[in-house]
Write a protein that binds this ligand. Structure first.
Ligand code: HEM
Length: 412
């Protein structure tokens, strides 16, 4: 049997705990053609250039592997979200959602959540009291951002457990290496259930608006016109799914990294403001999104001495770029107060993460709360077990032994 390629090794679960040496190998060829005709890009300047290049499309209908599924979903009244669109429609739908999410129209939406975030984190840490071992994923990193995104969107608490299964299935369906037919089946099944759930929610919010984001988007009579119920459901679903897995992984990766660097944890206890540059460094050093798959070249693109022919699928390996020694000094060192940190943890260009202000604040509140209140934490398993996905990479569980006695009192 042929030796597995570097990329095949990266996708293989056995390398999930530490894919970074393989990324270093990948960077030796900044743009590499794979046997299936797709291209991988792994170095910082090339990825940055492509993220800003209109010849690289995010619309999966340009990709023969996904076009039939996208058409099928569209014909069933499930339009794709703006993550999977190109301008001008991407820009219009993103603007319509953004108007209600942040400055200049709704500057309070995220910032105003901070007290509530501290309350949720405080409550979760209170619940750890008296335990000798906690699971940071199940007891903090998962329930916290999921509660926040649900409250933000106006998903009633009683509905939340229902869609966890669907979200897991939808995310599993994007994993490379999964049989395309199984992938399509999973995506369709989970997509339909989730879409029906969110469409029903949109209707409920139209009839009885609250002060949540979905209600605000549903009632928007701004100059660009309303989003249809289908478009609103796709946007709501995108936010719900994006708000589920990514921040969970950043918080879990953050606690893991702090416990591997006790000096940084101690510094954070003494100086909570350190959490601001530290969160950026985590987005570089242990990012939750390792690569952006499913981009397609609309034209021949010449880059780093290689021609990517029109029609080729392209994968941008953001996590490899974040440790590109040509771009960042001492890339494999975690430097909590690193300056001028131009990481690609949130991507770049027109699809730059919409939820970045929310994710940053959540991570800052969770990490300072953890550092200040959880007594004497030590990793019980290193490395911890990882989730299957090589794209959205993070621990499945993070068992941590904690000191005897209660969590330190107070809000997070
Ligand atoms: C630490 C947490 C997060 C990380 C690392 C992250 C990362 C990313 C990345 C890399 C992209 C770019 C994808 C691309 O170029 O195709 C992206 C896009 C996006 N993210 Fe996040 N994300 C996070 C949290 C969130 C949250 C909490 C939300 C929702 C409130 C969110 C909503 C979105 C949306 C809607 C897009 C698509 C933007 C567009 O297509 O214009 N993200 N995110």
């Amino acid at each position: 049997m042929a030796e597995p390629t570097v990329w095949e090794q990266i996708l293989d679960y056995s390398h999930r705990a530490d894919p970074y040496p393989l990324y270093a190998e990948l960077r030796r060829t900044p743009v590499s053609r794979q046997a299936d005709g797709s291209y991988l890009v792994s170095t910082y300047p090339e990825i940055l250039a492509l993220l800003h290049d209109p010849r690289l499309s995010s619309d999966p209908s340009h990709n023969p592997q996904f076009s039939a599924a996208v058409e099928q979903q569209r014909s069933e009244g499930m339009p794709p979200s703006f993550l999977m669109m190109d301008p001008p429609e991407h820009d219009r739908q993103r603007r319509l959602a953004m108007r209600h999410f942040g400055p200049p129209h709704a500057p309070w939406r995220v910032a105003g959540l901070e007290p509530r975030m501290a309350e949720i984190v405080g409550g979760l840490i209170d619940d750890m009291a008296g335990k000798a071992r906690i699971d940071v994923v199940d007891e903090l990193a998962y329930p916290f951002p999921v509660s926040v995104i649900c409250e933000l969107l106006g998903v009633p608490p009683e509905d939340r457990p229902r869609f966890r299964k669907w979200v897991d299935m939808a995310l599993e369906a994007i994993n490379p290496g999964v049989d395309p037919q199984v992938q399509q089946q999973k995506r369709e099944e989970a997509g339909r259930e989730l879409f029906n759930f969110i469409s029903d929610l949109v209707e409920r919010h139209r009839q009885a608006p609250g002060d949540d984001l979905l209600s605000a988007m549903a009632a928007d009579d701004g100059p660009e016109g309303r989003l249809s119920t289908g478009q609103l459901a796709s946007t709501g679903l995108l936010l719900l799914i994006a708000g589920h897995e990514t921040t969970v992984n950043l918080i879990a990766n953050g606690v893991l990294t702090l416990l591997r660097h006790p000096d940084a944890l101690e510094r954070l206890r003494r100086d909570p403001d350190l959490v601001i540059p530290m969160t950026e460094e985590l987005l570089r050093y242990e990012p939750p999104v390792h690569f952006v798959p499913i981009r397609t070249a609309l034209d021949d693109i010449d880059i780093a001495g290689t021609r990517i022919p029109a029609g080729s699928p392209v994968t941008l390996v953001l996590a490899a770029a974040n440790r590109d020694p040509g771009h960042v000094a001492e890339p494999d060192r975690f430097i909590p107060d690193r300056r001028h940190n131009r990481h690609l943890g949130f991507g770049s260009g027109i699809h730059l993460c919409f939820g970045a202000p929310l994710a940053r604040l959540e991570t800052q509140v969770a990490l300072t709360g953890f550092a200040r209140r959880v007594p004497d934490p030590r990793l019980a398993e290193d490395p911890p077990p990882y989730r299957p996905s090589p794209i959205l990479r993070g621990p499945l569980h993070l068992p941590v032994d904690v000191g005897a006695g209660q969590a330190r009192p107070g809000r997070a």
